[in-house]
Design a binder for this molecule. Structure first.
Ligand code: NA7
Length: 548
């Protein structure tokens, strides 16, 4: 294959002769919506297949009680449309799910995106066709669709996972997974409710369910370090002020390592006196959002002693807030330090355990043996519940890919290619899977995700534009380019305390076959460094990608 460098004019729309579409996008979440918008601007004939009945992805599926942002709303929304920024008012600093779902619909309707989206369309398989240099996408209804380019906009946290506990199907009461929450109203009044799982989702749901349930029993495996969210309403006047500052807000996000508004303090933990440290952490604990996580002392995630010190500060906060010292101790993580797994943001979570109607069961001490017809059985006792809520998370980052039968050139499956962990070129392309582009796939910078999404979408849009302008019908990264990027990703994770911990970020999920050991699932360098690498690839004419 040669690398096409010849200049040519952009082809007319619908240039993919003999194919149904120029591009098929899988997923109508934030990334799928924006990619559709951009490619349509190029004059492409695009189709989006979306499993749900509406747009929004994460914000469509996760409609569980208490679900909300923990990025500042105005740093999370799209930055690419001046009109949307002008017209949309956020009502809370950390918007609840219904507002975000409305926002996604607002954007989709404004740009008439839904006309190119097929809803209730679950993709079963995507196979590359060597002879026609195209992708054939098969839905679960058996229909087949072809396109030159395939964009996966499937999201890093979109494949919900139930716990592998015996008897789950025998339970006769109400049962819900937070990531598959139904659209109909679910009430807790007068009900005995169980929640399994205490990640970012469980923490939000538990706080809300505890307000009305007759009893709530929380089954916790490993506790997480939670920090107060400190949400507030946004008044009309305040929103007007935010609107004036949008340029500055997005510039700050662009410059920060994680694309959040918070940036690390450049001092090291032990550079300052114990009193100054305490005062700094106290201040951060009282600040909204991820202040304490991504805004901590700069050695917090690399120096064990520094991490132990901030962990002890947060542990003492838990001990102050939870009245029963035994319960407080159960809520203090022992096997990982603050920030080394995702920090759930809470609004009164710890106080829930001071309520008479709430009980915490540590399943590390008292494992769940079986789900029964009426509830569940632990090593110590039988429980009866009207409802079980599974807040047990996702098969993250690679899970949504694994659930589709993706085959590249010569029929190689993506699952096989990634059996020892993902290999990608800039997290967007995979060698041997020509013409496939991943948005926020493995090996990209996650952080404040819409910021990463916008960059990825625009990069893919430019690449497809570049290919189309040259009449290219084939794009496959070279093995050397893939190797080099994978090496960058591996290096970016070295020395981080978070790399030594089991979590969805390191690809571990005890509930998923074959995901018991850690992998390098994401790029952990800074977002500006990531963009610099990708910008260079584009500026050099994509020489790392073989085209024809
Ligand atoms: P997480 O963070 O993966 O949390 C899942 C929770 O479920 C966590 O507390 C798990 O305990 C628990 N879990 C999982 N399987 C079991 C079984 N079999 N028994 C008991 N408990 C179990 O998912 P979330 O949905 O909360 O959050 C995912 C991300 O979405 C979040 O980080 C945000 O970025 C948005 P464990 O810790 O594994 O011991």
């Amino acid at each position: 294959m040669d690398t096409a460098t010849a200049t040519a004019t952009r082809p007319a729309p619908h240039a993919s002769a003999g194919l149904d579409y120029d591009t098929i996008i899988i997923g109508a979440g934030l990334s799928g919506l924006y990619q559709l918008y951009r490619l349509r601007q190029q004059g492409q004939n695009v189709k989006v297949f979306e499993m749900g009945t509406g747009v929004g992805g994460t914000w469509y599926w996760n409609r569980y009680p208490g679900c909300r942002f923990d990025s500042e709303s105005y740093s999370y929304g799209f930055s690419w449309s001046k009109e949307v920024l002008e017209e949309w008012d956020w009502t809370e600093h950390f918007a609840p799910q219904p507002e975000t779902e409305r926002y996604c619909n607002f954007v989709a309707d404004k740009f008439d995106l839904k006309k190119d989206i097929q809803f209730s369309a679950k993709v079963k398989a995507a196979h590359y066709q060597d002879d026609s240099r195209s992708w054939k996408v098969t839905l679960t209804d058996g229909s087949e669709h072809t396109a030159r380019w395939l964009v996966t906009a499937v999201g890093p946290l979109s494949a919900p996972v139930f716990p592998r506990i015996k008897g789950r199907d025998s339970y006769k009461g109400e049962a819900y997974h937070t990531g598959l929450w139904p659209k109909h109203e679910v009430t807790f009044e007068g009900k005995n409710v169980a929640v399994i799982g205490t990640g970012a989702t469980g923490v939000q749901a538990i706080t809300e369910i505890a307000k009305t349930a007759k009893t709530l029993t929380v089954f916790q495996r490993r506790p997480n370090w939670c920090k107060p969210l400190r949400n507030k309403q946004i008044s009309k006047a305040e929103m007007d002020g935010i609107r004036q500052r949008y340029d500055e807000i997005f510039r700050k996000c662009q410059e920060s390592a994680t694309c959040f508004l918070h940036t690390p303090d450049m001092r090291k933990t032990f550079d300052v006196s114990p009193e100054e440290r305490e005062a700094f952490w106290e201040h951060q604990y009282n600040e909204p959002g991820f202040s304490m996580w991504v805004g901590g002392f700069r050695d917090m995630m690399t120096n064990k002693a520094a991490n132990d010190a901030v962990s002890e500060f947060v542990a003492n906060k838990i001990r102050e807030r939870v009245k029963d010292p035994k319960v407080a101790e159960l809520l203090v993580p022992k096997e990982h330090g603050f920030g080394t797994r995702r920090v759930p943001q809470e609004s009164g979570y710890y106080e829930v355990y001071n309520q008479d109607n709430v009980k915490l069961v540590s399943i590390l001490e008292n494992p769940i043996e079986e789900i029964t017809e009426k509830g569940l059985r632990t090593a110590e006792q039988d429980y009866e519940f009207d409802m079980i809520v599974y807040a047990t998370g996702f098969d993250a980052i690679t899970g949504a890919f694994d659930r589709i039968d993706i085959r590249g050139a010569g029929g190689q499956t993506l699952k096989d290619k990634w059996s020892a962990g993902p290999k990608t070129f800039v997290g967007v392309l995979v060698e041997g899977f020509p013409n496939m582009f991943m948005l926020v796939g493995p090996h990209t910078a996650l952080g404040n995700i819409p910021r990463s999404i916008e960059y990825a979408v625009e990069w893919v849009d430019d690449l497809i534009g570049h290919l189309s302008a040259r009449g290219a019908t084939y794009a496959n990264p070279t093995p050397e380019a893939e190797e080099a990027w994978t090496e960058v990703v591996v290096k970016s994770n070295e020395g981080l305390l978070s790399s030594e911990v089991d979590s969805w970020m390191t690809g571990v999920n005890q509930n998923v076959e074959g995901k018991q050991t850690r992998i390098i699932a994401r790029y952990s360098g800074t977002a500006p460094a990531f963009r610099e690498y990708c910008d260079r690839v584009a500026a050099n004419g994509y020489t790392e990608i073989a085209t024809a």
